[in-house]
Design a protein around this ligand. Structure first.
Ligand code: K7E
Ligand code: CUA
Length: 636
């Protein structure tokens, strides 16, 4: 079955692109013979990380609609940990204590697509990882000092569907965001969907990042027609100060988008001069909408230009030099390369082919460098920093390696010559990632293909199937498949960071604790009851809670401040109350608070959930909830 599918795909690909289908759909994907010919050792040798040894890179995968971020090591692809962001996680207690519960607000999930590492001078600086929530219009900041979610910002005003982020500018000045969906503005206003083109709007947002704390705040927005903004990226070098988003619906269709948003041969990308937008807001050229300065690009020339891109594009990726921008139309077998120097010249010379609602459309022919025949269903492009680009081909289930400009005359005459290699992946690849591809200097050694379908590649687990990721060695002339692994749904994009860029803390230093409710010894633990309220400052220490009996009266509000007094790596305590749906996990040196209503009479055991010592099982106590008393009861 598979063979004939591949064979026909190969034929189809050849027919459509006129190129040979280089790597084919090798079933195993491994290429030990190729490997040994390049003297790099076998695939197993290159990906094997022996017991006790550590990986060279972190791989931060988005967790899609799990609302989480997965962390793996590279090249072993071993899953290390899951960082909960937009969804509660009993394993880490996230979403159970007061602080994280407040951060999550009323939402129980999110849809993480694009993690973005913070940058300084166009290079990863190892400080923060930002992620977007496509579902509930939020972004979050994870601190790489302790791998914890520190802030959730949103829902972002005037925005619906935050798919087009998190795109970090060169010095983490901004997190740039484009809306996937459009709605009538201001939010909450009703207009019939039939009035989509006139009444609905999208938005591009600049979220400011505090350079010291990383704290996110809404800076400014640019109102746009109801195009569905898709993927984006930020500029550098000649394109410094710019950001780019594709759109898949410049038809402004509001129903049956599959057909109705695929009519035009070319959709518009948004080329945004975010420095000009920032300056325009400073100059008072924005109007306030729901508390945010919003720029109308028709009134503020120079902040927004449209660029035609064929057809129903998805990814748009700036190369490490900042000059070349590759955008892929899902429904045409080419990736379009724009020259930003020509873009700049076209803007200076007003080379516009049209105008849409007061915003100039740049003349496609004068800014395009070429349409590279990469193959079927091109989505995203990554760069190795050695002059090569790698584009994921969804329909073809392959990655195409091609040569960036400048091209020779012969290559220009026939861009098929720029397509250098192709490798089959399993199956239907979405994003792909090369470490540092969005920086000035990519690592250029590994490529991870994030495939949408994994069917038949793993032990059968029933109908809910994992996603597959495949590791490809890109150090040679030809790409080599060396490993594959599986994850929960659903990695869209990922970031790769050199492990030695960061030194995460493994214990919260007691000296840094400024929590007024922290207690650092069993003898300092306190427990007080006033009418209607019980407050306990609990110390958790191997292998005891102090106090280990907490008494409340039904209807009381119970506030527990629990400190894990340990200063030893990996000695984590938990505090779970049986029957009260509560599970607080406290890392070494951490204090967490939890507030709940004692709404059930009875005696409820609490216990430590993390195996912390030989006598961990003994680390338990009782919550007594007495029936309501008529007179004010004395405690104990
Ligand atoms: Cu899955 Cu970046 Cu949301 Cu492409 S997106 S595949
Ligand atoms: Cu503390 Cu187990």
């Amino acid at each position: 079955m598979k063979t004939s599918y591949c064979a026909s795909l190969t034929l189809l690909a050849s027919l459509l692109t006129g190129t040979a289908f280089f790597a084919g759909c090798s079933d195993s994907g491994s290429s030990a013979t190729q490997a040994s010919s390049q003297n790099k050792g076998s695939a197993a040798e290159r990906t094997y990380v022996a017991p006790g040894e550590k990986d060279e890179y972190y791989l931060f995968y988005s967790g899609g609609h799990s609302g989480q971020v997965f962390v793996a090591g590279l090249p072993s692809m071993r899953h290390l940990i899951t960082i909960p962001v937009f969804a509660p996680s009993p394993g880490t207690g996230y979403g159970f204590d007061d602080e994280s519960r407040e951060m999550l607000g009323d939402f129980t999930w999110g849809d993480v697509h694009h993690p973005g590492l913070s940058k300084t001078d166009g290079m990863y600086d190892g400080r923060w990882l930002f992620v977007n929530d496509n579902a509930n219009n939020r972004v979050a900041r994870i601190d790489l000092r302790d791998f914890k979610t520190k802030q959730i910002l949103g829902p972002i005003p005037n925005s619906s569907g935050n798919h087009g982020s998190s795109f970090v500018t060169e010095n983490s000045e901004y997190l740039l965001v484009g809306t996937r969906f459009s709605v009538p503005l201001p939010m909450g206003r009703f207009a019939p969907v039939e009035d989509y083109a006139d009444e609905f709007n999208g938005m591009v947002s600049g979220l400011k990042v505090d350079p010291e704390s990383g704290d996110l705040s809404v800076g400014w927005q640019i109102i746009t027609p109801p195009f569905n903004w898709d993927l984006g990226s930020t500029g550098k070098g000649p394109s410094s100060g710019w950001a780019f988003w594709t759109s898949y619906n410049t038809e402004m269709a509001h129903t049956k988008l599959e057909a109705n948003a695929s009519q035009r041969d070319r959709d518009y990308a948004a080329f945004v001069n975010w420095r000009a937008a920032e300056a325009a807001v400073k100059d008072g050229k924005a109007d306030m909408l729901d508390g945010v300065p919003v720029i109308d690009p028709a009134k503020v020339p120079g902040v927004l230009y449209y660029v035609p891109i064929g057809k129903s594009p998805h990814g748009i990726d700036v190369d490490p030099s900042g000059r070349w921008i590759a955008a892929s139309g899902k429904l045409q077998p080419t990736t379009t390369v724009f020259d930003f120097e020509k873009v700049q010249a076209a803007i200076d010379n007003k080379e516009f082919q049209a105008e849409f609602r007061g915003v100039p459309v740049l003349n496609y022919d004068v800014i395009v460098e070429g349409e590279v025949p990469v193959g079927l269903g091109p989505l995203h492009t990554q760069y190795d920093g050695k002059g090569n680009a790698y584009t994921s081909l969804y329909i073809e289930s392959a990655v195409a390696k091609w040569k960036l400009p400048p091209w020779t005359d012969a290559e220009k005459a026939n861009l098929e010559f720029t397509v250098l290699d192709k490798i089959g992946v399993h199956y239907n690849i979405g994003h792909l990632v090369i470490g540092g591809s969005d920086t000035r200097a990519p690592y250029g050694d590994w490529l991870v293909a994030m495939n949408k379908l994994s069917k038949g590649r793993h032990l059968s687990v029933g109908p809910s199937q994992p996603e597959s990721s495949q590791l490809i060695d890109i150090t040679g002339r030809k790409m080599e498949m060396v490993y594959e692994s599986f994850t929960d749904p659903e990695p869209h994009f990922a970031q790769i960071l050199k492990a030695d860029m960061i030194q995460p803390i493994e214990v919260y230093p007691k000296a840094e604790s400024n929590n007024p409710n922290a207690v650092w010894s069993l003898s300092d633990a306190t427990y007080t009851r006033e009418p209607g309220k019980v407050t306990a400052k609990v110390a958790a220490v191997r292998s005891q809670f102090g106090p280990d009996k907490i008494t409340a009266e039904v209807g009381d509000t119970v506030v527990l401040h629990i400190t894990n007094v340990e200063q030893t790596t990996d000695i984590i305590h938990g505090f779970a109350i049986s029957g009260y749906d509560l599970n607080v996990i406290i890392d070494p040196g951490e204090t967490k608070s939890v507030t709940f209503k004692a709404d059930k009479v009875g005696v409820f055991p609490f216990y430590c959930t993390n195996f912390c010592s030989a006598l961990h099982q003994e680390m338990q106590g009782y919550l007594e909830v007495k029936p309501a008393s008529v007179t004010t009861a004395s405690v104990d």
